[in-house]
Design a protein around this ligand. Structure first.
Ligand SMILES: C[S@@+](CC[C@H](N)C(=O)[O-])C[C@H]1O[C@@H](n2cnc3c(N)ncnc32)[C@H](O)[C@@H]1O
Length: 297
């Protein structure tokens, strides 16, 4: 198998590559990756600066990446991707591209669970229907699909427990009457056990409105473009903790500003990121200049 080219930069835990993910994924060994976590370009009609794929061609465009992702995943590995909704051109009705993609991916992967990322700070789009005609409400939710190579991917929700709500804390303190609820669920004495936190639901409420962190300041100073579609760090943090263990390998093939690699570094997971746009790679490197970047090629 040909070797990977030189990395654009390396850190203690990871390597960032500038190039096309379809070609570079093909150079990674099979069965080596615990988690592929990514946000591919969405099928938007309104183009982002980095370009988007037409909804009608999305499934065919994505399929070669999917084959490589499946090959590089360990048998207990997971493939988690964030995909936003899209509208049909010139119409206030939905493109179904995400569902078409997931139905096709289900021929290759097991669909484990879907998550909904509610971003309260999303702008009101599509403007024509939301703010001008006022006949739609604003889109504020992306679906994050969790797929896996087998039906038993490694996962442990005890690694992503959330603080108990005030009412649950009261219940733990004062007890609960063992009873049947109106929903007909039995509330057993197990509910009184303090498990260290609440099991999270499959809704992640994460605003994404930062505009002045170190990444922004360093990109501005270096006159590099700020990536327009960055993950909030809590998003990769949730999935990396939930689905991997320290030392395992996380890959983001559409890495953008490399939030995935940065969070993986903090959580002591190995990481590989791939990004097509050289300026975004250069900007992402600035996330690591305070000591975690080991060398640059
Ligand atoms: C939605 S953005 C990812 C943003 C990222 N999650 C972050 O936190 O910054 C998708 C990225 O995929 C990149 N891209 C598009 N086609 C690619 C390809 N064939 N190989 C690698 N990267 C690609 C785009 O340049 C863009 O930066």
């Amino acid at each position: 198998m040909p070797e990977l080219p030189a990395a654009a930069y390396c850190t203690f835990w990871g390597r960032a590559y500038h190039g096309d993910a379809r070609e570079l994924l093909a150079l990674l060994p099979a069965n080596s990756v615990a988690l592929v976590l990514t946000s591919p370009p969405f099928a938007l009609h309104r183009q982002k600066a980095y370009g988007n794929v037409d909804p009608d061609q999305y499934v065919e465009w994505f399929w070669p990446f999917a084959l490589e992702i499946h090959r590089v995943l360990r048998d207990d590995g997971s493939f988690v991707f964030d995909l936003g909704p899209a509208w049909k051109r010139g119409s206030g009705t939905r493109s179904l591209y995400q569902y078409e993609l997931v139905l096709r991916l289900a021929k290759l992967f097991h669909v484990v669970q879907e998550f909904y990322w509610y971003n309260p700070s999303k702008l009101p789009t599509p403007a024509e229907y939301v703010t001008i005609r006022r006949t739609r409400v604003k889109d504020a939710v992306n679906t994050i699909w969790w797929l896996a190579k087998t039906d038993e991917p490694q996962a442990d929700n005890r690694r992503v427990l959330q603080p108990y709500s005030p009412s649950m804390r009261r219940l733990l303190k004062h007890g609960y009457k063992v009873a049947r609820r109106p929903s007909q669920h039995e509330i057993s004495p197990h509910f009184r056990r303090d498990n260290g936190g609440a099991i999270p639901p499959n809704i992640l409420i994460l605003p994404n409105c930062r505009s002045n962190d170190a990444y922004f300041r360093r990109c501005r100073a270096a006159q590099l473009p700020i990536h327009p579609a960055r993950f909030p760090p809590a998003l990769p943090e949730f999935f990396i903790r939930f689905l991997t263990q320290p030392g395992q390998l996380v890959v983001d093939p559409f890495a953008g500003s490399n939030v995935t690699g940065y969070v993986a570094e903090m959580l002591q997971r190995q990481w590989i990121s791939i990004e097509l746009n050289a300026d975004y790679v250069a900007g992402s490197r600035l996330r690591f200049v305070d000591g975690t970047a080991r060398k640059s090629a």
